[in-house]
Write a protein that binds this ligand. Sequence first.
Ligand code: GLN
Length: 191
Amino acid sequence: MVLIGVLALQGDFAEHKIKLASLGAETVDIRQFDDLHKPLDGIVLPGGESTVQGKLLNDLSLLEPLREKIIQGLPVLATCAGLILLSEHVENQSKMYLATLPVTVRRNAYGRQLGSFFTHLDFKNIGQVPATFIRAPYISEVRNGVEILSEHHGKIVAVRYQNQIALAYHPEVDNDNSIHSYFLKICQNKE
Ligand code: GLN
């Protein structure tokens, strides 16, 4: 059985848990330092509000231990605000959080009008996937070793870097399991 920690401080962590459970994974909420001591095979950083999540990670002394685990190779699936938390650089912002993913992101990159939308993406090695964007960022720059998994109108919206998968949108809200199954395969060392 695969055990996946889901960061459950703020945002749509419940949807990720439902998705993972439907694929046969066991999940555990990550809310405090001790939760990170469980024998995790992977971790999910959900969407929500990155500034709130980042502050909570800091206040709860979770930021450093989580960063350590990711650097040591724990597989991570980060969506939307989770992508922002992972990024090494956020445009127009000096504050960074986990900073383990060598990319630059632009927050709220689609503006007010197009703040939220639904589309289909061509996803590397998977094919067509539904994609819901909610006040989403996009990745404006990638550095050495980052693999681009999907683009939308020329903007990078999904990447992989070693053990880290990061998406600008919300695969947990659509009726499709392909991204979570792909992630679970990585957690089981099968991808
Ligand atoms: N706009 C949010 C942020 O900057 C991310 C939105 C989301 O996770 N749906 O944190």
